[in-house]
Design a protein around this ligand. Sequence first.
Ligand SMILES: [Zn+2]
Length: 413
Amino acid sequence: MYSRDLCPNSGAKRIVERLELLADSAGGRKDGVNRYSFTHTYAAGMKMVQSWMEEAGLTVEVDGIGNMIGTFPGLDMELPPVRCGSHLDSVPCAGMFDGILGVISAIECAQSWKDSAYSPKRRLEVISFIEEEGSVFGAGCLGARYMAGTKMMQNPEAVKNGDKSLRDVLSSWDMTRETPYSPGRGSAHAYLEMHIEQGPQLWRNKKSVGVVKGIVGILKQDIKILGESNHAGTTPMADRRDALVRAAELIGWIDSQARASGGNLRTTVGDVTVQPGARNVIAREAVIHMEARSGELETLQRFSKEVVSRAAAYGPPGEHDAFYNLDQPIMMNERLVRMLTDFAAESALPFEQLWSWAGHDAKIMAEYCPTAMIFVPSAGGYSHSTLEDTEVGTIGDGLMLLEKALKTLCSEE
Ligand SMILES: [Zn+2]
């Protein structure tokens, strides 16, 4: 790994310079990036990205939700394209790499093709996805869902933020006002996405790139524990049925199960609702809002049942699954994973295969075309934070791998 000034990869240096310009246009690197979809700041970011796309020889269009698509022409325009990109929107007070690194890197690949007068057989579509983080509408990956033409995106009235629908937002936003809303963009030969890892694995293991095996599934479940309200002072300790104390025991147990899992289960209880919720009243009800992630569907299904049966000891049955949602793990395309792995090995890059523990546009794309992801390390494992950082040298390694894979995929029959 090398410092930015010594980095021999001019493409990687230009990527970092562009990420800095984008960050400075949306809140800055020090205070954090705030680039929410469907805002003026977002439109300003799109215009910057558009100018770089055009510089790289891409023809730019904006679809009906605000995804920006830059097309590098192929010799046979009848063949389905290869797509590559990530998202431009951010969480509040974000770092400057999350998402947009994948868009700017894809543009850099096109730029190098233009500079070397290379003409691929298939066209390359560089995609800047909108609303991946769900900061505006809660549900993530709206742009990718729109491109894939998923069921959820068929009715823009039904996608809501309070009393505002996606239809309302789009009709008052300059960037899409002229474009008809029509989800689905036809098939693709493949989709590749380069992204920061957002966790510490590659950084700790001193790897410069990661090949993603799959994106973990997410279980969201509410578990309700019942107790009995009574006076905080007059009720002897032995007579209490305190719902919150029981919930606390269960939370400890949930955490211990993930720690004992050998690394294939991660659990979080980030929120608990307590009734009646007063310091001087013993809690009569506590609802644990639990999330669990794993690459193995069976692990999540089994864990969900174990939590319910553990919770049953604390109250009447039937109260422990008030809310349940299981979003399945998605494997990356086997052939593409092998290709990326072989290329990384051939180029002697320090790399490893790993799970993505965060969701990405690639999770949606994987359901409708062969999809793979390249990770680059997040220094210290920080993301969704102004501490987010990735060394320019590792961006250069990721870029080399991405460009090689795109070139290969674009030359396939
Ligand atoms: Zn992201």
